[in-house]
Design a protein around this ligand. Structure first.
Ligand code: T1G
Length: 687
């Protein structure tokens, strides 16, 4: 219970109530400072509690103020915190919901902290290309030790108050009655005869700080090395061993420099476009249909992954297969997943059992009568999917939403075999479906707005980032990835080896290079698709035969211990072997190309330009509804470095003339049939 009056039993309650998440914009900052000063001056008041809403104590600095003068309008967050610290009466933070970034720093400025066990506390600044800028880099090491502080700030992932109980960050953790616990502690502090304790007055063990910093540095991965915020974080924590004000000064300098960095600008952009991407255009505004029972048809890797995601979201799941054997394999895969989660301590056994208890496995199509959403996840073949959809049409309830999980196929061709194409949509999950965040929600010609709204809502329920796409070959992601991969194959013919391309692109920040990815997913899938497309391919088109030759030699990728690379005990050879080099050199010779090495920069620019060109083409066709959606897809599903923002954001940072000239050259070299996005299309894409 929170008192509605501002003073109860001599404890002043300062409520933070700036929906939706109490971000610390100028109005809220003023409110806090004014309220603290008033309470400090009020002789009726003995102590103060700062309390937020059920959803949020505070989600931190107002990101929408970044880059505007409002961010620096006083009182700035530092001033607010200084007002708390200099208050002559104890101030207690009562934390429910989230306390993130500046929100946590606000709490660290209080004399004590009480949290609901379910509250989540953390410093996500690193995900915005920043370090905490209002004291967390100095105060967390003082409260929880440098090692734990660094771990929290490097991951940016919040921890629950429950997990932080004994950390030193929180004075009390309570299951409920937050106000009662916080006001009781506030009065205790007011009545105690020792001085008020402040995080800033503690000291840091300099040796421990140095050790934690050098250990973290030694463990840096490529993504951390590529982003300046990680090194800055180490520098700031190192400075926590200095006197407090000197450390704060260092934090400030580092923070302000990062604010200007291109990486932080790109990550802020991603923050914005990720949130926009969930919103449907007005033409599609409709209520989602209700759903809590889902059927997944096909218990292969994809189907079981989708079933796991749905079970973990608390939905009832019916897994349907053709053969008892396949069903048993799928069910076993699902229970192995939950066993592993329990073993890893990610979920407790009772919870896992109750989630898994919502699964039924069946061979009986009539089970579809009771489900709200059907997700077909069978083999990627149009005829196979159409025959499954005829069965679905015969058995599913009249108001059920019917989804096909496909990466390339035409949703309309699948919907057309049913009597209700308006209820059909595509849901393109990424593998492993229970892990990958991206979900392409594909709108067919006839998909009804409430069916699309249901697809988006289901995506959110499964904790995914759903992106609306038009029904075109490869949708957004695979269409752009194909253009990129094709360009990388051209570069092999032109003079690069697979490891040159992969290294240049991982150096750029991609999670993996395209040839390592191809080996991992298996070259045979692409080979089959190429064979299927051979009949319609124009012989004048620039077509790179390297992958086909490798497959003909039985080199299908990791699964055969050889593809572009050779694998020993699952580890790739650092360079391609002579056999592969021979195949590549032959391909170059057959096209009359005299091979010459490509610089890392050339490789990076050609790969990115190919993406930008395709992005402009598909955007002009309406396959993506917002340019930002394209960047969300590439970052969340294809390992594009988030700190570069995505291909569209990257293109916006390039001089336009150069972009046009390079595109001219690139598309000319791509040969017959290559389509260049027009300047008008680029204008449309880049805004
Ligand atoms: N500033 C402004 N708006 C914010 C915001 C923020 N910090 N956090 C969320 N929103 C908006 C968001 O845009 C959306 O708006 C709505 O709130 C709901 O968000 C000095 C440098 C709190 C866990 O990085 O992690 O503090 O779309 O859809 O899934 O060191 O939002 O409705 O118009 O995400 O329930 C650090 C980021 C800032 C927190 C809620 N803080 N936010 O998740 O809803 S840097 C963060 C989140 C900083 C100091 C510094 C999540 C959430 P709209 P949502 P949700």
């Amino acid at each position: 219970m929170t008192p509605s009056s501002s003073i109860a039993s001599r404890v002043a309650c300062i409520e933070l109530n700036a929906p939706p998440v109490n971000s610390l914009g100028i109005a809220l900052r003023r409110h806090i400072v004014d309220s603290v000063r008033a309470a400090d001056a009020d002789p009726q008041v003995a102590a103060i509690v700062l309390i937020g809403t059920e959803k949020a104590f505070s989600a931190g600095a107002d990101v929408s103020e970044f880059g505007t003068p409002l961010q620096f309008e006083t009182p700035m967050l530092r001033d607010v915190i200084a007002a708390l610290e200099s208050c002559s009466k104890p101030v207690v933070a009562a934390i429910s919901g989230v306390a993130l970034g500046g929100g946590l720093e606000l709490a660290l400025g209080c004399h004590a902290r009480v949290a609901l066990a379910s509250a989540r506390l953390g410093t996500p600044e690193i995900q915005l290309g920043l370090i905490p800028g209002s004291g967390a880099t100095q105060k967390l090491p003082r409260l929880v030790g440098a090692e734990r502080a660094l771990a929290m700030m490097l991951t940016g992932q919040p921890l629950t108050a429950d997990e932080l109980t004994a950390s030193g960050l929180l004075d009390r953790v309570v299951p409920q009655d937050l106000w009662a616990a916080a006001s009781a502690l506030a009065l205790e502090l007011a009545q105690a005869d020792f001085p008020l304790s402040r995080a800033r007055d503690r000291s840091v063990n300099a040796d421990a700080a140095r050790a934690a910093v050098s250990e973290a540095l030694a463990r840096f991965n490529a993504r951390q090395r590529a982003q300046p915020a990680y090194q800055a974080l180490l520098d700031a924590v190192q400075a926590s061993a200095l006197p407090f004000d000197a450390g704060m000064q260092r934090e400030r300098e580092l923070f302000l420099a990062l604010m200007q960095s291109p990486e932080a600008a790109a990550l802020r952009y991603q923050f914005r476009v990720q949130r926009e991407s969930g919103k449907l255009p007005p033409s599609l505004s409709a209520e989602s249909r209700d759903f809590d029972r889902v059927a997944v048809i096909g218990a292969g890797t994809m189907g079981s992954g989708i079933a796991i995601a749905a079970l973990e979201a608390g939905l009832q799941v019916c897994l349907l297969e053709q053969s008892g054997e396949a069903l048993a394999r799928g069910s076993a895969r699902i229970s192995e997943h939950f066993v592993a989660r329990v073993k890893a301590g990610k979920v407790d056994a009772a919870k896992a059992e109750s989630l898994q208890g919502r699964l039924t496995a069946t061979l009986d199509w009539s089970a579809l009568q009771s489900v709200d959403v059907v997700i077909e996840a069978v083999f990627e073949d149009l005829a196979v999917k159409q025959s499954v959809f005829r069965q679905i049409d015969a058995h599913a309830r009249a108001d059920a939403v019917l989804a096909t999980n496909t990466s390339y196929l035409d949703i309309d061709a699948i919907a057309s075999v049913t009597s209700r194409p308006q209820d059909v949509l595509g849901l393109h999950f990424f593998s492993p479906a229970n892990v990958m965040k991206l979900l392409e929600v594909v709108q067919g010609r006839d998909s009804a707005p409430d069916v699309i709204a249901t697809g988006m809502a289901l995506g959110r329920e499964l904790k995914k980032t759903p992106i609306l796409c038009g029904n075109a070959f490869g949708f957004i992601g695979n269409r752009i990835y194909n253009a990129y991969r094709k360009q990388c194959e051209f570069m092999l013919e032109d003079g690069a080896w697979p490891e040159d391309v992969d290294r240049a692109l991982t150096d750029f920040g991609f999670a993996m290079g395209p040839f390592a990815v191809a080996d991992l997913s298996g070259l045979d899938i692409a080979w089959r698709m190429r064979q299927a497309g051979a009949a319609t391919r124009d012989p004048r088109e620039r077509y790179v035969h390297i992958l086909d030759r490798l497959c003909e030699m039985g080199r299908m990728g990791r699964k055969t211990q050889a593809g572009y690379y050779t694998y020993t005990d699952g580890k790739a050879s650092p360079a391609t072997d002579e056999v592969v080099r021979g195949v590549i050199a032959q391909a170059s010779a057959a096209r009359g190309i005299e091979r010459s090495p490509l610089s890392a920069e050339t490789i990076q620019r050609r790969a990115l330009l190919a993406m930008v060109n395709e992005a402009a083409l598909l955007f002009s066709e309406g396959v993506a509804h917002r340019a930002g959606d394209i960047d969300v897809v590439l970052v969340n599903g294809y390992g594009f470095p988030s700190w570069v923002g995505g291909p569209v954001h990257w293109a916006r940072t390039q001089p336009r003339d150069l972009l046009e000239q390079e595109l001219d050259r690139l598309v000319a070299a791509n040969g017959f049939g290559a389509v260049r996005a027009t300047p008008a299309m680029l204008d449309h894409l880049l805004g």
